[in-house]
Design a protein around this ligand. Sequence first.
Ligand SMILES: NC(=O)c1ccc[n+]([C@@H]2O[C@H](COP(=O)([O-])OP(=O)(O)OC[C@H]3O[C@@H](n4cnc5c(N)ncnc54)[C@H](OP(=O)(O)O)[C@@H]3O)[C@@H](O)[C@H]2O)c1
Length: 263
Amino acid sequence: MHHSGKSNYALITGASSGIGLELARLFAADGIPLILVARRTDRLEALQAELSALVTVKLFACDLSDATARTHLLDALTEQQLKIDYLVNNAGRGQFGDIAENDWSDTDAMLQLNMVALSHLTRSLVPVMKQRGFGHILTVASTAAFQPGPGMAAYFASKAYVLSYSEALAYELKNSGISATCLCPGATQTEFFSQAVMEDSGLVKGKQLPTAAEVALQGYQAMQRGKAVSIHGLFNRLRIFSLRSAPRAIVTAITASILKRDQ
Ligand SMILES: NC(=O)c1ccc[n+]([C@@H]2O[C@H](COP(=O)([O-])OP(=O)(O)OC[C@H]3O[C@@H](n4cnc5c(N)ncnc54)[C@H](OP(=O)(O)O)[C@@H]3O)[C@@H](O)[C@H]2O)c1
């Protein structure tokens, strides 16, 4: 589906596990070479070993919540003259708990990762895509983007930023040959919930969740088609549609009751 001939790179953030890892497999299967970014190098090396029979795989260990580390990454891409046709802003994480009780430095690092890092990478890589008149940007938000989330307030708000940013980007890039797609998964089987220490939340406990591979495939196809927003799952789509006419206070209260620990 991508343009013919030798393809330029796909840069995927958060490729060491979950949805990002499955996206890497999809790009590799289509013969698109990879630049994989995350902190855990052992995981990245394992994925490189798996996929390098199919495509060139370059690894960059980077803590994306750190502005200096991001600048080093971007400088290395320029120095190595790596051409990027696909930018996948997937890295992100959650923080569970009420605002008054959360550790601020942890919230701060999450906001840097979920919002600032993807804005920084997008701002840096889009101008070159514009010069070439080709590119696809896939950004992973969440169904959390559509309502406030008491008990996970900063995470939900960060995803509202991601959705709004990606939709505006898609508009700005109209007729430029570059698409911007925002994938909004609902709760998905990844390391997200153990990382956020929320396996007991009513959102996941006892629930049958879709796999990261299913969610990644939907996002990948939506990106190749240039769709602006792709919400995973019929139930999620219906629920988000119903939010449009519901009073915000009621939506907030229902979300709070779903998120709280299942006693
Ligand atoms: N799972 C869900 O239910 C769900 C639902 C909606 C949206 N999402 C979104 O989907 C995206 C992918 O998450 P996932 O569910 O696949 O979770 P995951 O398995 O925990 O993967 C998160 C990825 O982000 C990377 N990452 C975390 N902190 C980082 C940092 N400081 N610097 C660089 N990379 C970092 C992780 O790599 P390292 O730890 O190696 O750095 C990992 O590769 C996130 O944006 C998440 O918000 C997930």
